[in-house]
Design a protein around this ligand. Structure first.
Ligand SMILES: C[S@@+](CC[C@H](N)C(=O)[O-])C[C@H]1O[C@@H](n2cnc3c(N)ncnc32)[C@H](O)[C@@H]1O
Length: 217
């Protein structure tokens, strides 16, 4: 059973449509602002549960020097990612695969990312161990999830910073996070079991958790 239990997932075509909306676009940009600056030159980056691949698209615009892989369990998501028009920059390699049995050797990535996907995995701890297995020494896995504890004050700060109307942000976040957001306790338990002492949990951009697993150099 996943962390949240059963909950509805939008079909890929609908997710793809939502992912192009003004709020989603800003969310991807925020995640990329968190992710891009710390990547070593030429970094090998894997996005697990990439969906239609927008996060990697925005990352490719920021960091032309990196090598990108996007993996998803659902071949329809991977097909959407492949067919999408790509901005100038590195073109990701798209792969169908399971977070719980990743089709890569040990210690091959500098950074592994999973945005809004871990809460769906049937065995989050097992998936996190897989992410960690793929990390080179000194590498990091970053797991982004919507923060269940987010209140009106955080949503107001986000809407102000992004120049979006507060009611739009409030209603969109609350409906998107219903059944899809995680509490600190959920993530702490999963990271603690998979992280062998090398993990941390931070809030980023008011609305999101960033769970980190690190592999020692
Ligand atoms: C909410 S979408 C997030 C997509 C993308 N990361 C984003 O930020 O837009 C969750 C994605 O996780 C994928 N997924 C669910 N279980 C998975 C698994 N076990 N292995 C790989 N991908 C998985 C789903 O197919 C879906 O595309």
């Amino acid at each position: 059973m996943n962390i949240l239990g059963r909950h509805p997932e939008p079909p890929p075509w609908l997710y793809n449509l939502l992912a192009r909306g003004p709020l989603a676009r800003r969310i991807y940009r925020r995640l990329v602002a968190d992710l891009a600056p710390g990547l070593p030159p030429g970094a090998r980056v894997l996005d697990v549960g990439t969906g239609p691949g927008y996060l990697l698209g925005y990352l490719a615009q920021e960091r032309q020097d990196v090598q990108l892989w996007g993996l998803d369990l659902d071949y329809r998501m991977v097909r959407l990612a492949r067919r999408k028009k790509h901005p100038p920059g590195p073109i990701p390699e798209w792969v169908v695969g399971d977070a719980l049995a990743l089709p890569f050797g040990d210690a091959v990535f500098d950074r592994v990312v999973a945005s809004f996907s871990l809460h769906i995995w049937p065995d989050p701890q097992g998936g996190l161990k897989e992410l960690r297995r793929l990390l080179k020494p000194g590498g990091r896995a970053w797991i982004y999830e919507m923060k269940r504890e987010t209140g009106a004050r955080a949503l107001r700060a986000f809407s102000r910073e992004e120049g979006l109307p507060f009611p739009l942000v409030y209603l969109s976040f609350k409906s998107a996070s219903w059944g899809h957001s995680l509490g600190a306790r959920d993530l702490t338990a999963a990271l603690g079991q998979a992280g062998e002492g090398n993990w941390r949990l931070d809030t980023v951009h008011h609305l999101f958790w960033r769970g980190e697993l690190a592999k020692r150099s």
